[in-house]
Design a protein around this ligand. Structure first.
Ligand code: IPD
Ligand code: CA
Ligand code: CA
Length: 285
């Protein structure tokens, strides 16, 4: 369950209904694009050059090549749709999103989530591709090209790993939970992210930080993880994964307790309401 965005004072911008057939087409395109992006990432392994984008933040040839392949696939199917990708964006995502027309579909894409893992040969990375309409994620795919795992979901259509339906775990308490956190690229000693880590680590069975927000959310959706949160990510890290969790029966809000907003980049996803409440109560406000 994802709590809906706060109601908009302008009724003309309320989310409109979307037909199941349209959702299915968007999911198919998201999967195709993520699969092709994943193939590009595998192709570039061992050959890419790396450059530093910001403090502890890397970008490689593979990020750029994957984004251009993904964008090409989407534009072939839906030339009129908008596109916001992590790489080569001219505007911050929220600013770009403000220019969208009501009802317009916007693709929100991370061509390589887990770039640091990719650079180090740590096998936890992949593309995340989501279609967003009127602030709601309506289709999404997260692909792990090393494991060959395609996670996908459509609004109202369920969540899948490859072709099999998936569901969140039944975990209700912290003690029985395997949780994961996503930290920002640059981790400052005094950051609330680390305070949360210290507060929650002793309460859960184990707490992981594995370096791909998108795959963490996919793992909550299929029951490998019980809870996952991030205070500072970007829409392309979370959009597809949040839909995976909600369609798999999980609970998603913003990290500070209000409704999840796709353009904000913070979230708390948990398998059950009880577990969500327990994590939420311990996160720094
Ligand atoms: C990063 C990963 C990581 C999250 C960072 C993101 P990138 O994405 O999702 O898990 O903690 O905030 O920036 O930079 O590898 O695409
Ligand atoms: Ca990312
Ligand atoms: Ca990325």
């Amino acid at each position: 369950m994802v709590l809906p965005p706060l109601s908009d004072p302008n009724p003309s911008t309320q989310p409109s209904e979307i037909a199941p057939a349209e959702v299915a087409m968007l999911v198919d395109t998201a999967k195709l694009a993520a699969r092709i992006g994943g193939a590009v990432l595998m192709h570039w392994r061992g050959k890419f050059t790396t450059r530093v984008k910001g403090p502890s933040d890397l970008v490689t040839d593979a990020d750029l090549a994957s984004q251009s392949a993904i964008r090409h696939v989407i534009q072939e199917s839906f030339p009129a749709h908008a596109f916001i990708g992590e790489e080569l964006g001219e505007k911050p995502p929220a600013e770009a999103a403000a220019g969208l027309a009501p009802g317009q579909v916007c693709w929100v894409v991370d061509p390589l989530d887990g770039t640091t893992n990719y650079v180090h040969g740590f096998p936890c990375f992949g593309p995340s591709v989501a279609a967003v309409r009127d602030g709601r994620v309506v289709a999404g795919a997260v692909f792990d090209p090393v494991a060959g795992e395609m996670f996908s979901a459509g609004l109202g259509a369920g969540a899948f790993l490859n072709e099999a339906p998936i569901a969140v775990s039944q975990a209700r308490t912290l003690e029985e939970s395997l949780a994961a956190v996503s930290l920002p690229a640059e981790v400052l000693e005094e950051s609330p992210d680390l305070k949360d880590f210290i507060r929650i680590a002793p309460q859960v069975r184990a707490l992981r930080r594995i370096g791909s927000a998108a795959l963490n959310l996919a793992y909550v959706a299929c029951g490998r993880l019980d809870a996952h949160w991030a205070r500072q990510t970007y829409p392309w890290d979370a959009a597809a994964g949040v839909l995976l969790v909600s369609e798999a029966g999980g609970v998603v809000t913003g990290a500070r307790g209000g409704p999840f907003h796709v353009w904000d980049g913070d979230y708390l996803a948990a398998a059950t309401e009880d577990l969500h409440q327990s994590v939420s109560g311990r996160l720094t406000p």
